[in-house]
Design a protein. Sequence first.
Length: 605
Amino acid sequence: MQDKADSYWGGIVKSMGLVFGDIGTSPIYTLTVIFALTAPTLDNVFGILSLVFWTMTILVTAEYAWLAMSLGRKGEGGTIVLKEILARMLKPGRQLGFVIFLSYVGVCLLLGDGVITPAISILSAVEGMALIPGLEHTSQNVLILVAGVIAVGLFVAQYKGTDKVAKAFGPIMVVWFVSLTLSGLTSIASMPSIAMAISPHYAIKFMLHHGLTGFFVLSEVILCATGGEALYADMGHLGRKPIMRAWYFAFVALTINYFGQGAYLFKHPYAKNYLFGMVQHQAPILYIPFLILTVMATVIASQAMISGVFSVVYQGITTRIMPLLRVDYTSTHFKSQIYISSINWMLMTAVLFIMLIFRKSENLAAAYGLAVTGTMTITGIMMVMIFSRTTKKWKVPLAVGITIVDLIFFISCMNKIPHGGYWSIVLASFPFATILLWTYGQRALYRALRPLDFETFELAYNQIYAKGHNIPGTGLFFVKEWSVIPPYLVHCIIRSNIIYQRNVLISIIRTDHPYGQQTSLKSDLAVGLDAVEVKAGYMEMLDIESILREKGIQEKVIFYGIEDIATDNPIWRIFSTIKRQTPNFVQFNKLPAAKLQGVVTRVEM
């Protein structure tokens, strides 16, 4: 029983650290940003608090905790998983094309968000320094510098992996949520009637009374739900139940804190930041420890986002929608803990750039929300398509209702585009252009290579092998699939007569499941010719050397193909440059350099 209780609470604590950093730090800026635009009258405060409560209920609890998290593949969640579920239900055609397009957009919006989240979280926490007595006149440049130093430290520490640090994340976030709850309750005690704002009629009244202005206020209200998508995206790290349980605790803590800020707001309408002001008003002596805790919480929120970006990019690499990049595995326990140095430094540069451009957290909030609501809308559309094709058709009306709410928020965020929201689109457009270029380029390259069918190859191979001038030992040849022979293999074996006593064709096929690995050896395709087929999940990290040893293969040399692309087409030139800069397949899989032989094939595209 004790073990069960430990794992019950242990799962909740871990979830707090890994999943709820982003949404848990939203109270630092959400109400401050909303009331910079809206007068803090009694009706307005009640209306906004009601909107915040129902936004978290509909967009996080209903959309992610109840609906999305019931859709998983081997425990994994996220946009790519929804695409994989739908790919099995749809026939090739326009609908499938639409789903693939949506999943690409969803992935790219998430990657764009990976830049804005650390920037707004760290900057908003550091700005709380200006409320410390004696530091009131700290210039914004100094605050940006401090935030920049924290961000650089965070990115520099990534290569060590978060395995060891992650153990501390959960307890720190538990202390953070407890602090939010206590400060919120203390403030509510001075005005208990604020709890009435839970009633949805205040939200409806606010929207009806303010018309178009009220509609655009939604683009700031959404800040309370940013990070909600992490419940589903991080499901593979911890499992569904611990995240669900932890969310109910987090939801109560956030609601109490927002309502506490609302009560504080009536007495101090001109406060610079409501959360910091409320804590300083309640316990001036605890303000500096609270500020340190805030910075730690925002660093944890940023860490969760960075890990999420690495995870999404890795899925993109193995499902062949993104170029190969060098991946390091930082944990012996967690398969999902990886480090991608090129992405890490690009993210760091982008985060510092965004901090310098926007300068203040409230300016950043003006750009924040477009990517989040876009991702939520895409998730909603995909869920409607999935539920309508399963036995759970009763969930369709609920999913449709939520998707309409997502869409309303998304349209309201459109007014952010001229105020910096275009940065969400700019940041997402880089990965989107890369995905399109890479997927179309790979297809065009495959057509241009004109591979040989196995039967034709077998005839020539048998004739050469029969001559008996074969090299002692085993030669290993990488192919996409054993039945399709790439030009480099034709060049090696048929034209150059490089033929070993034993020749093994090896192909690695990524399945649409996250994990699982299966290896099959096809012996005697021809005399001295075998094939090894490795089927592995798209999150699986492979040790090819040990797989070969298990099948009794001791290779002397490993051959692989390199394409030298000749083209006048400017787009294919960019594709060729990306291909040259990124590691090739064997470098990605970390095979022993001494055994490797790359064979160049010139291709006209």
